[in-house]
Write a protein that binds this ligand. Structure first.
Ligand code: SF4
Length: 116
């Protein structure tokens, strides 16, 4: 198995190649060790931090920015969005307040990115 990708861990954006050789993963093109970790994870269990908004009542704006505290499996992102799109909160909300607890049983909370 072999996959080329761009490392998104830092703005350098190294073009890396990840190859499975037996039980080992060989990563090339990375300028630092974080690229190796990213490349292996991207091949075995790709995850992303989800940033989006939810409806809010009584706030300064109609939508409240939210994000997952940690990365969730990439394959669950659209299901997470379905859950989040059905959420409506009421002001006041403080930054860091939990908006959705343990989304889809991932163990990851969705929290407010700002107070409103
Ligand atoms: S490999 Fe290292 S230097 Fe290159 S983009 Fe990833 S984190 Fe940045």
């Amino acid at each position: 198995m072999n996959k080329e990708m761009i490392c998104i861990v830092c703005p350098m954006g190294c073009h890396i190649n990840v190859e499975k050789s037996g039980d080992e993963y060989v990563v090339t093109g990375n300028k630092c060790p974080r690229g190796k970790t990213y490349g292996i994870k991207e091949l075995t269990n790709p995850t992303r931090v989800l940033t989006t908004t939810v409806k809010i009542k009584g706030g300064l704006l109609n939508r409240l920015p939210v994000k997952t505290v940690d990365a969730v499996p990439k394959e669950l992102l659209s299901e997470c969005m379905k859950v989040i799109n059905n959420v409506e909160v009421t002001s006041p909300i403080k930054v860091g307040d939990i908006i959705v607890k343990d989304i889809l049983g991932t163990g990851v909370n969705v929290v407010a990115s700002r107070s409103m």
